[in-house]
Ligand binder design. Sequence first.
Ligand code: 13P
Length: 287
Amino acid sequence: MLVSAKEMLIKAKEGHYAVGQFNINNLEWTKAILQTAQEMNSPVILGVSEGAGKYMCGFKTVADMVKAMIDELKITVPVALHLDHGTYEACYKCIDAGFSSIMFDGSHYPIEENVAKTKELVKVCEEKGMSLEAEVGSIGGEEDGVVGMGECADPNECKMIADLGVNMLAAGIGNIHGKYPANWPGLSFETLAAVSEKVGKMPLVLHGGTGIPADMIQKAISLGVSKINVNTECQLAFAAATRSYVEAGKDLEGKGFDPRKLLAPGVEAIKATVREKMELFGSVNKA
Ligand code: 13P
């Protein structure tokens, strides 16, 4: 069932667990995540970055594929289709394409402009029954080989953006996208606690879920995180499983070159990763 992320995140916040956002790249990814969510009876959020949207032939192709898959695979758990780190323009493209949720990443705009654009999108999303995520304090990561440390959001700024009526808020707490460097100091729980106190019931989003140790994830959930984004970890699992298959020469045996066989170990690896995360986040049987 395609729904906005609003209700599932209110429930998660009240129930002290988190819903996973897993980014999708193609048909195999989407199918693996949807099937695992159904099997685990868990709500799920499919994340689509602008780059992934382009790769999959545009947001309309993605939305139509996801809707058709939900139907054909008889997926009854709540599924949100969410634009990840959207520009202002991409937000409108996804609204038109039939997404159920968007993230407007206005963190690089001056705060006044971020506020004005967020306000406008709050209104549009309300009219369309969609959910909206905003970001305060940019979330670092690898860019051109340089790993930037994650910023910590200003709790007062978080409160101001939360009060605009968004449904979820990504606050930087030292988290970054991709693999964490060896000298990463860990999440700033001090920032998270201060943000949580300011924003009250607002579900908080933790980006850069890959590689955050389980105890830090649990502590983050206990301090108000209700949505956790995971992307790189599924990619690493897929690549490792595909590598083993090829290195074992299985693509050279019989019809092992058939993409349905060649990609199967990678798909199983994505499913195992998603299963493990859903257990850790506590969303199993919360559909
Ligand atoms: P990772 O790739 O580090 O898991 O981050 C995912 C993410 O935050 C997507 O917005």
